[in-house]
Design a protein around this ligand. Sequence first.
Ligand SMILES: N[C@@H](CCC(=O)N[C@@H](CS)C(=O)NCC(=O)O)C(=O)O
Length: 501
Amino acid sequence: MKLKVYTYRLSQPSRAVLIFCKLNGIDFEEITVDLIKRQHLSPEFKEINPMRQVPTIVDGDFKLFESHAILRYLACAFPGVADHWYPTDLTKRAKIDSVLDWHHSNLRRGADTFLLNTVFAPVLRIQPNPHVAAEAEKILSASLEKIETFWIKENEQFLLGNTQPSMADLSLVCEIMQLEVLDEEDRNRILGPHKKVQQWIEDTKLATRPHFEEIHKLLFEVKAKLQEQRLLGANTETDSKKKKNYTVEQSPSTVQSNFGRERSHCLTFHRERERKKMKLKVYTYRLSQPSRAVLIFCKLNGIDFEEITVDLIKRQHLSPEFKEINPMRQVPTIVDGDFKLFERYPTDLIKRAKIDSVLDWHHSNLRRGAVTFLQNTVFAPVLRIQPNPHVAAEAEKILSASLEKIETFWLKENEQFLLGNTQPSMADLSLVCEIMQLEVLDEEDRNRILGPHKKVQQWIEDTKLATRPHFEEIHRLLFEVKAKLQEQRLLGANTETESGL
Ligand SMILES: N[C@@H](CCC(=O)N[C@@H](CS)C(=O)NCC(=O)O)C(=O)O
């Protein structure tokens, strides 16, 4: 059976997957899920991807969503894929993973939110929010600046100082290409200052032609139509017109040479770790959810490491010394000999791809909802930021929807862990550490958010049990902060009552 790729060519991650398949001679059938016609909301597509998003692949009876998980799976399952896309060398691969993970909460978050709240709002029939758009533009610009000054190295064409593109170049460039639909002024304001980014986009286009142009044709058609409308000053309100403008015929299936379905063994390698008698350094802060996940993982797996605390409250992550270690100034970060890595697995390719799918999904859903909600409520005074109640309300919706997806989809009937597993994976650890952060909320907020999700509550308990005693130990600081916050609330309540009297 041929690989089926469910996509929509106006979707950035869909285009990355399509170009990747074409470049690497992967034989596949392209099935268009027209988001404008809301085909992703059909019961048939829900059977294929309960998250109702593209891209999604079906390889035999194996279904997978999340573009990065898909790209990793394809790179390993199809032997024709050139090594530079996702090198077998562990440190090179880990660096690419780092870019791909970073992407979700930065470039993708900024670009997608900005476009949804500007150009695409009328097309998708949603109410644009100018405050959200302004905030998203800041994230987008900061992400482009990080690409310009950190991910693109001096004198090298591709990310991470590579001379050939990897799946990270493809994913990020497809994301930025979406900015083509903006008007000239907006696009120049956002992309103009980033000359190296502009050159890198051109280099990636060149390295991936002719597929890059072909797959982006629809985007350029939409761009031309939007420009026409702007010129005409046309009112873009009429639904029927919009539908016509954005309707795309199903693209023809692509027939390419069949490389077979033999699973390559590229994931079974182990790096020869020349430790030079140096211990792995883990830079963390125990109030950070992903930091706790990495610490518990190291402890559970007997990994010898030195924990170095980077106190975020004391702003130690902003020090020049830590910037040398991680220019993104975030924890967790590891240093293994002379190899630095930030952001953060069974050898069976299918099991691993499923875990990747959860981990990738996590960034734009559970993590995004929880972090944004906490930053705009409990943590705002601690972090000395102005909380935005509109952003907090929006984040609570994302958080609750994510918990509901874990309850109804990721946790399978009668199994303790995610994906129907009988033992925890790094996905259980990462997601449970994220949810634990809700401990700092007051009882009412926490019950409102977590209360309806009984399976999630049981899974948290099961994960705690499976990872003890490290889980409790690593979460001690979080519980101390929780106790302090409760004390402050009680004191606050008493002061209010007293002054009321
Ligand atoms: N992190 C996901 C993002 C997938 C995504 O956001 N897909 C959009 C199109 S770009 C979609 O299907 N949107 C429909 C919806 O969410 O209702 C990935 O990389 O695959």
